[in-house]
Design a protein around this ligand. Structure first.
Ligand code: FCB
Length: 422
């Protein structure tokens, strides 16, 4: 920890998302979302944060973080995904945000972290352009109500994951297997982002950015074919999501898969941002596709690194690599690491402390190389519902007993508290 010296005004935080912690899926008029009945394990009551938010904010206060990144549940605010807001839904976030602010913690609001109202998905979800318009209306409702307390805003969490995991390979809701035909969902999410940036600013939001999932992509070998495959996957995972927002262009590789009129929307999509949020977990590796593979790449496992309990390779230096490459490629606004973390079991979690220490050292190295990073958010405050993996992976600084909902701070909680208080 001694080596981890960050600027005095560096923003330390933790992140969560509504669907992964709130529970109370049928309470106070919340409508159904695409995740409620998706997959083998259901979130159900999750960590019951809807009722225990006071206890959770007390944990945040004890942790001593400067910021708390949370998300609003669209189906609580607009149960059918459009129209007049549900007052009971708004009132819950009033109570939560008042509690967070009273603790002296700055809330960072994610407008949407994957829990699309089911009615919107039934109408076409992110495959149709109209959803971007619905999203802008929803973002305006949030901005008008909460911009007095929420200064930093993130319209969409990780649109890449929605496009790839949700619409291309069906690992996540809504469970579509469209492969490259999923790419229009990236464009419609970008349009939603751009319209929401405008709507939030019109409502008084001070600072608006992103939380994009990025991974360096490594070629499986030094061959030209593997390098070409890695470049293509890099364009899909990184360029498709960063370029339109930061440069007002799409990567050439992806243009044939986008809606014909996509270029017309680029001025709206490329609103100047106050910050660029990066979620980092692991690098990816690509090889040239084998015979009969309809894709221009094939994924390869990352070998030779230790792994988390969730089987992710632990590669801290790839965070440094990613940030330096991004700073070379783009004219970046200030960067925040809006998510980084790992799953390990147990309340005594030296592996998580080691993981965070190494990633922060890599982040520090990127800053020393000139990348303007202003803050870092651990995923996550609490153990929670990890999407299609259910409750098995435990990402929290605080352990949750799902039988009793008892919260127990882990060793990593004490470690992070000490780090952020220096
Ligand atoms: C990210 C998601 C977050 C959580 C972590 C582990 O991709 O944004 O909700 O699932 O992974």
């Amino acid at each position: 920890m001694e080596n981890l010296i960050f600027p005095p005004d560096f923003l330390w935080g933790v992140s969560t998302s509504a669907f992964q912690i709130e529970g109370a899926p049928r309470e106070d008029g919340r409508g159904p979302s695409i995740w409620d009945d998706f997959g083998t394990e259901r979130a159900g009551e999750a960590t019951d944060h809807y009722h225990r938010y006071r206890e959770d904010v007390a944990l945040l206060a004890e942790l001593g973080v400067g910021a708390y990144r949370m998300s609003f549940a669209w189906p609580r605010i607009q149960p059918e995904g459009s129209g007049k807001p549900n007052q009971a839904g708004l009132a819950f976030y009033d109570r939560l945000l008042d509690e967070v602010c009273a603790a002296g913690i700055a809330p960072v609001g994610t407008v949407y972290h994957w829990d699309t109202p089911l009615a919107l998905e039934d109408a076409g979800g992110w495959l149709i352009r109209d959803t971007a318009q619905r999203f802008a209306e929803y973002a305006a409702i949030l901005g008008e109500r909460f911009a007095d307390r929420v200064k930093m805003w993130i319209p969409l969490n990780e649109p890449m994951v929605t496009t790839v995991y949700g619409y291309a390979v069906a690992e996540y809701a809504p469970g579509r297997t469209l492969l490259l035909d999923a790419i229009p969902t990236a464009h419609h999410q970008h349009l939603a982002h751009g319209l929401a940036v405008q709507a939030l600013r019109a409502a008084g939001a001070e600072s608006v950015g992103t939380a994009n999932h990025h991974s360096p992509v490594w070629p499986a070998s030094g061959s030209e074919a593997d390098q070409a495959a890695a470049d293509w996957l890099d364009a899909l995972l990184n360029g498709l999501f960063a370029d339109p927002v930061l440069t007002g262009r799409y990567p050439d590789e992806l243009t044939p898969y986008l809606p014909a009129t996509a270029a017309d929307d680029l001025p709206v999509i490329a609103q100047p941002l106050d910050f660029y949020g990066v979620n980092y977990y692991e690098p990816q590796c690509a090889a040239a596709p084998g015979e009969g593979n309809p894709l221009p790449f094939e994924l390869r496992p990352i070998e030779g690194f230790p792994r988390t309990s969730n089987d992710s390779p632990i590669v801290p230096d790839a965070l440094r690599e990613l940030l330096i490459r991004f700073a070379q490629r783009y004219d970046l606004p200030p960067v925040y690491i809006t998510e980084n973390g790992c799953s390990f079991d147990g309340v005594h979690d030296p592996e998580r402390i080691d993981f965070l220490t190494r990633h922060l050292a890599a982040l520090r190295a990127a800053m020393d190389a000139g990348v303007d990073v202003r803050g870092y958010f651990v995923w996550s405050l609490l153990d929670n519902f990890e999407w299609s993996k259910g409750y098995a992976p435990r990402f929290g600084l605080v352990h949750v007993d799902y039988g009793t909902q008892l919260r127990t701070p882990k060793d990593s909680f004490a470690w992070y508290r000490k780090l952020v208080s220096r």
